[in-house]
Design a protein around this ligand. Structure first.
Ligand SMILES: Cc1cc2nc3c(=O)[nH]c(=O)nc-3n(C[C@H](O)[C@H](O)[C@H](O)COP(=O)(O)OP(=O)(O)OC[C@H]3O[C@@H](n4cnc5c(N)ncnc54)[C@H](O)[C@@H]3O)c2cc1C
Length: 480
């Protein structure tokens, strides 16, 4: 017996980038019963910046929230790659051509602005979307014909409750409980993997930087700066209308290795941070020294082995829950957002409300997304290795630095010249492959998703192998 597909109850675990985008995209497509469970008591994102790649911007624009995000985002004009030790500029890449090539400029912003815009977008659909903050999904106990899970309120005076959904989207991040339940049901053993790397995330205000003209120049510029050193780097750029300078670092993890933490975040020690970057140039030292003693926040970076599947019954994993991505390509959130947009397309083409149809739509989502996201996970890891080469990797490091030199001497014409730092050279693989393809890769994914849903699953396996090849080579045929 078929039900109106738009009345299906969709539960989402996690109100991060993937969860918020999924809720909004589904509501915009007409779904009327969306429940979002978020463990945190609000959207109080850790103070951090985020690079807003064009493939992310195009989706947010289609969802009607980009104008709000763009208001206090900073347009980048160049990326400067420097030796950490002496501030020597290895190369500079002109990124002003990104807008002409991809339709949206290379931009950076504050995570809170991105989350707030998405949340406001959701609130405009308040009859369709209900948020349950301070409520964790603790386990998933069945997957079809309905998904059953337990929701546990943080307030201990409230009882945990068992909830049944027609569709469950696990957007609960790298520590995903839903992923653990799915793998357990499949009798597949896989865990989040330690990368041996940790990150400090810092935000300095204009006031904190005001006494240092050299630092103020960084804040007032339209520049992304990366200082690199053996096994470490620092990335910095202005956000929030240039009122804040965002800094994120990456270095070998010692704090968490010494004191494992379930949360993957900890208050770091300022003196330990100053020691890690003790051989970096005075400008970097002065910048780090501005961080107040008790405001050093350190993150442990985790990844996950490729999963055999992202879908089981009526449950699908989304974003970091299924493809946690190291920050070396600035694509983790962008990929979670692409996942959400594709899911909204496949689910809105359900032929009926049966569990079989839901599973087919979720498998179509996986077919369209898995290969691309996993390719970007690998590219991000490779970029990190290239940027962190040490003296022990003498040959590879010399080769990389020769490429930087060629780029420098070639005038840093940016988007058309390859840079060894793949996070700043236009991100061809991530954003789009071809000059003439202004709609971008993610638009092709969405039209693939629509096309796949009209083929239904009879064709799914035939399509899957072709789609994977095409996404890898970046030559997606929209006529499918
Ligand atoms: C240092 C650093 C820099 C980065 N820079 C960039 C960048 O510039 N550009 C970019 O695109 N990406 C970047 N990323 C990656 C990006 O942050 C992640 O890939 C992205 O946030 C993933 O989104 P998500 O929605 O899948 O997960 P998350 O954003 O982690 O959201 C998961 C949500 O689920 C909630 N949750 C967890 N467990 C439960 C539960 N059991 N029940 C209910 N709720 C739960 C969490 O509280 C959270 O709100 C960076 C990452 C790091 C570490």
């Amino acid at each position: 017996m078929s039900r109106n597909t738009f009345d299906l109850k969709i539960c989402i675990a996690g109100a991060g980038m993937g969860g918020l985008t999924a809720a909004l995209a589904l509501a915009k497509r007409g779904f009327r019963h969306i429940e979002v469970y978020e463990a945190a008591s609000n959207l109080g994102f850790v103070g951090a910046g985020i690079q807003l790649a064009p493939n992310m911007a195009r989706i947010q624009d289609a969802l009607g929230v980009w104008k709000e995000i763009e208001k206090d985002a900073v347009v980048l004009e160049e990326a400067s790659i420097r030796e950490g030790a002496d501030d020597f500029e290895l190369s500079t890449v002109d990124v002003r051509g990104v807008r002409a090539k991809y339709g949206y400029a290379s931009m950076v912003g504050h995570r809170a602005s991105l989350a707030a815009a998405l949340y406001e977008g959701c609130k405009a659909h308040r009859s369709a979307i209900t948020f349950h903050f301070a409520t964790s999904v603790s386990s998933v106990t069945s997957f079809s014909p309905h998904v059953t899970f337990t929701a546990v309120p943080r307030d201990e005076s409230l009882q945990p409750c068992t909830i049944t959904a027609d569709i469950f989207l696990a957007c609960d991040g790298v520590k995903s409980i839903a992923r653990a339940s799915l793998l357990n049901a499949l009798n597949y053993s896989a865990h989040a993997q330690d990368t041996g790397q940790a990150a400090y995330r810092i935000m300095l205000t204009r006031e904190q930087m005001s006494q240092d003209p050299e630092l103020l120049e960084l804040l007032d510029g339209n520049r992304f700066t990366r200082w690199i050193g053996p096994k470490r780097h620092i990335i910095a750029y202005p956000v929030s209308g240039k009122s804040i300078y965002n800094i994120s670092t990456l270095q070998p993890d010692t704090s968490f290795a010494a004191a494992p933490s379930a949360t993957y975040t900890t208050k770091g020690s300022k003196s330990a941070m100053m020691d890690v970057y003790g051989d970096f140039c005075p400008k970097v030292q002065r910048m780090l020294n501005l961080v107040p003693q008790n405001e050093v926040c350190e993150w442990k970076l985790r990844v996950h082995a490729r999963l055999p599947t992202w879908v089981y019954g009526n449950l699908a994993l989304v974003g970091d829950a299924c493809h946690p991505t190291l920050p070396h390509l600035n694509q983790g959130a962008a990929q979670a957002i692409e996942d959400a947009a594709v899911l909204a397309v496949t689910l809105s083409h359900l032929k009926d409300g049966s569990s079989k149809s839901v599973n087919e739509a979720l498998r179509a989502y996986e077919t369209v997304r898995k290969e691309r996201a996993e390719t970007l996970v690998e590219l991000a890891a490779a970029n990190g290795r290239a940027m962190h080469l040490s003296d022990a990797d003498e040959e590879a490091r010399a080769e990389r630095d020769d490429q930087f030199k060629a780029l420098r001497e070639g005038g840093g014409s940016g988007v058309s010249l390859p840079s060894p730092d793949k996070s700043v050279d236009g991100q061809e693989k991530a954003v789009g492959e071809k000059e003439e393809e202004t709609p971008g890769v993610e638009q092709s994914l969405l039209s693939d998703a629509r096309a796949l849903m009209s083929f239904w699953c009879v064709h799914l396996s035939i399509y899957a192998s072709t789609a994977r090849r095409q996404h890898l080579s970046g030559t997606i045929d929209n006529k499918h």
